[in-house]
Design a protein around this ligand. Structure first.
Ligand code: BJW
Length: 249
């Protein structure tokens, strides 16, 4: 088994040679900012049933409960800041503009707040609302202003929902097509802070391998479902490992 030092050197060598780099990030990328992950023992799915708060059926059944869940998360995210891992990824992009893409499952906007420009949000955004009335369907960025228990559309009075992707819902098609393209064309894929159990997001990893035979670098606290596809494993907090790769470039 290689040491962390060796793996960092190998990651830096792969990145030095790369012409296109993509990142697949998950909740662990924001953990050091104080945003809870989903599947940890103290994670969001410990206290909430997925079917209640993260499915269209749950929302139809009890929209107040779902809005309470998302409003609490909106308030919490408004108070946190990007961590050293987010900042390192933004710096990578500055060093290879137009050739670096962050494909994120996160809805917290922290990559963008760290300065990343080319960000594809697979699962939507905590800041945005979407009108559930088919005739309206307006999507708006409401930032982190308080939204109330059952917010209504300012344009048509219809019920609003968070503009996020719940289980059994399709990913936004344009975003997904761009993500597939970036993954298929990259020569390095950095997989940061995801358990890689949720699809189709997790299929970005085989897409990158099969597309351009990308070198896959996993940055996580532990091995995951992605580890079998990874060429390089950087096991430790991504707020530490990502800046260390940067310092070797
Ligand atoms: C650190 C760290 C540190 C900690 N440093 N690391 C194919 C196979 C099997 C199932 C399916 C399939 N295709 C579809 C499915 C069904 C389903 C699915 O995937 N189910 C599986 C769970 C079995 N997928 C869907 O339903 C998707 N839709 C779909 O497929 O639609 C098809 C369709 C087509 C046409 C019409 C209709 C439908 C949608 C999935 C949506 C997922 N949504 C959520 C909620 C989003 C909104 C919100 O945030 O509230 O997305 S669920 C939740 O999981 C959230 C996350 O983005 C996602 C992934 O979680 P993530 O980020 O990996 O977090 P964790 O907690 O799991 O992991 C954290 C990791 O960080 C851990 O590994 C830690 O070790 C690590 N970590 N600290 C580095 N400091």
């Amino acid at each position: 088994m290689n040491t962390l030092e060796t793996e960092l050197e190998r990651a830096a060598a792969a990145l030095r040679k790369a012409s296109r780099v993509a990142v697949l990030s998950g909740a662990g990328a924001s953990a050091e900012s104080g945003v809870p992950t989903f599947r940890a023992s103290d994670g969001l799915w410990e206290d909430h049933r997925i079917e209640d708060v993260a499915t269209p059926t749950g929302f139809r059944r009890d929209p107040l409960l779902v809005w309470r869940f998302y409003n609490l998360r909106r308030e919490a995210v408004a108070k946190v800041h990007p961590n050293a891992g987010h900042l390192a990824l933004a710096e990578f992009e500055r060093r290879m503009p137009g050739r670096f893409t962050v494909i994120t499952q996160n809805i917290d906007g922290l990559h963008q707040r760290a300065g990343s420009l080319n960000v594809l949000e697979l699962h939507g955004s905590l800041a945005r609302t979407r009108c559930t009335s088919e005739r309206c369907d307006t999507v708006e960025d409401r930032g982190f202003e308080p939204l109330g228990e059952r917010p209504l559309c300012p344009h048509c009075g219809g019920f609003l929902r968070p503009d996020v992707v719940w289980f059994h819902e399709p990913l936004p098609p344009v975003v997904w097509r761009k993500a597939e393209k970036e993954a298929g064309e990259c020569d390095v894929l950095i997989v940061v802070g995801t358990s890689a159990v949720v699809y189709p997001a997790a299929s970005i990893i085989p897409i990158a391998r099969e597309g351009n035979n990308a070198v896959v670098i996993e940055c996580n606290l532990t091995r995951t479902d992605a580890s079998g596809h990874a060429d390089i494993g950087l096991y430790g907090p991504s707020g530490q490992t990502l800046p260390r790769i940067l310092s070797l470039l």
